[in-house]
Design a binder for this molecule. Structure first.
Ligand SMILES: Cc1ncc(COP(=O)(O)O)c(C=O)c1O
Length: 492
């Protein structure tokens, strides 16, 4: 589709107080807009009649201006399709600085301390390209695509007032009700629809939680190793972050209590610790909840990817065990469906609801209403449950193919277990192999893996590679695993 440009919105003007003839003013104005590329080559210009009416000038003035520009080659006329800015104009050697905005002086810009910290963060950006073993991808099979299209088309056809105006910052009531029914059954979450806030995903939920729960200097527990995005969000929030080691039972609650007994909050991935995949055991869950209850701390439970559990007993959420309303439960459709969707949710203890809703309102007011209708219908019509059922089977098969190939090709160099849940696994490297070096060498060969060592803070790091398997067919995973095995064995 070819854009006709923005000339209709251009702030055309003439000044009747100067002695400059109107046609010349228009000629100069348009030429300058063309030369500065304010109006791009190929832009369609208003007709002489429209422009004359808009500026309340005689049409002959506009015609004269256009004719001169035409003669000089700045614009071109096309029969019946109007007048366009010539598309073969040479690019100006240098773009004019935007009016009023000085060029950068070379000095560092004056920004907040926080912005400087942001600039120094190690990038942890999920790439979107479909290259194994990128973690940012999910598999959306043709049946899900077809159902999503149908539901979307229906929602668009029935576009109405609720989609066009401002709506409840917590999200549409029907989505909150549907979510509540789902979370009670699937995750044993205790909730009512009025405790749910629909968000753009996990990240905005974490952001709101940080704003509401923590002050500058507040002590807070994070898992060590930790999901870098959450760690970074806390690191730039001027809070006092205490990394608490994770062992085979999950977060070491006793170590947390020793290090920061009065921490204000703990951010945890209890059902599938990121990155290790360890499940927080029941005694640890109870210990964490008891600590929160006794000290008045809050727990922020990031329950990402819990929909994909392949074996073992289904795990209830931590929030579901919490009798004292200390847990903020965070979930996301960006993993269960696809990351481009940008919809997630949180379940908030009643006493916090008011502050959470206000914080969200100040950030982005409300989620997109049309998108919420689509998700609601998708869930209510049974497509979501069917998608999860089918996708779980795909992911299990993909996981097994990846584990099998890695063990076959690099079994002496790595330890790899099939995780019971989630969308990635970890291959721990034997001996003195450096995961960071292997990550670099693999990337040079077009294989995306993520070293886990940089995710550790104070705990003794292990050398391992995170491999996302959810986004790729078995046919794509197996050769990539073979190629990765070569890189690993060559990096002794
Ligand atoms: C630990 C963890 N939480 C949450 C998410 C999902 O985040 P979002 O919903 O913002 O896409 C991810 C994605 O990789 C993750 O690894």
């Amino acid at each position: 589709m070819r854009s006709t440009g923005w000339a209709d919105l251009y702030a055309w003007q003439v000044d009747r107080t100067t002695g400059t003839p109107l046609f010349r003013q228009m000629y100069l104005q348009l030429r300058s807009a063309i030369v500065s590329r304010t109006l791009a080559p190929g832009t369609r210009l208003p007709s002489t009649r429209e422009l004359a009416a808009r500026l309340r000038v005689a049409r002959t003035s506009v015609i004269s201006a256009y004719e001169q520009l035409l003669a000089e080659g700045y614009i071109a006329g096309k029969a019946r399709s109007g007048t366009f800015i010539a598309s073969d104009l040479p690019m100006p050697s240098e773009r004019r600085p935007l009016d009023g905005i000085p060029r950068t002086s070379g000095k560092a810009p004056r920004v907040s301390v926080r912005a400087k910290a942001l600039a120094g963060l190690r990038a942890f950006v999920a790439e979107s390209d479909a290259t194994p073993f990128n973690m940012g991808r999910t598999r959306v099979d043709p049946r899900t695509v077809a159902a999503w299209r149908r539901v979307t088309h229906r929602a668009v056809r029935s576009l109405d007032a609720v989609h066009l105006g401002y709506s409840d910052p917590r999200g549409l009531p029907e989505l909150r009700e549907t979510l509540c029914d789902y979370l009670r059954v699937a995750r044993a979450v205790r909730c009512d629809p009025d405790q749910i806030i629909v968000t753009g995903g996990t990240q905005p939920a974490i952001d709101v939680a940080i704003r509401v729960l923590l002050d500058r200097g507040s002590e807070v527990w994070v898992e060590d190793p930790c999901y870098p995005v959450t760690y970074n969000a806390l690191a730039i929030a001027d809070v006092n972050v205490h990394p608490v080691p994770v062992d085979a039972h999950g977060l070491d609650v006793a170590a947390g209590v020793r290090a920061a007994p009065n921490a204000r909050a703990a951010f945890v991935t209890s059902s599938h610790q990121f990155p290790t995949g360890v499940v927080l055991t029941m005694p640890r869950r109870l210990a964490l909840l008891a600590w929160a209850r006794e000290t008045g701390a809050w727990i922020v439970e990031d329950d990402y990817a819990s929909e994909f559990r392949y074996s073992g007993r289904p795990l209830a959420s931590l929030q579901g065990l919490d009798d004292a309303q200390r847990t903020i439960y965070v979930g996301t459709f960006n993993k269960a469906l696809f990351p481009g969707l940008r919809i997630g949710y949180m379940v908030v203890p009643r006493p916090l609801m008011n502050a959470f809703v206000h914080a969200r309102y100040l950030i982005d007011r409300q989620p997109s209403s049309l998108e919420q209708t689509i998700v609601t219908d998708f869930m209510r019509q049974g497509h979501f449950a069917a998608h999860i059922r089918r996708t779980r089977a795909h992911y299990r098969e993909q996981r097994d193919a990846l584990v099998g190939e890695l063990r076959r090709r690099a079994g002496d160099a790595i330890t790899v277990e099939a995780p019971e849940q989630g969308m990635h696994l970890i291959a721990y490297l034997h001996g003195r192999r450096s995961d960071v070096n292997v990550e670099r060498a693999a990337r040079a060969r077009g294989i995306i893996v993520r070293a886990i060592r940089p995710m550790y803070r104070n705990a003794r790091p292990r050398s391992g590679l995170m491999l996302g398997f959810s986004g790729y067919s078995v046919e794509a995973l197996v050769p990539a695993a073979a190629a990765l095995a070569k890189v690993i064995t060559a990096n002794a």
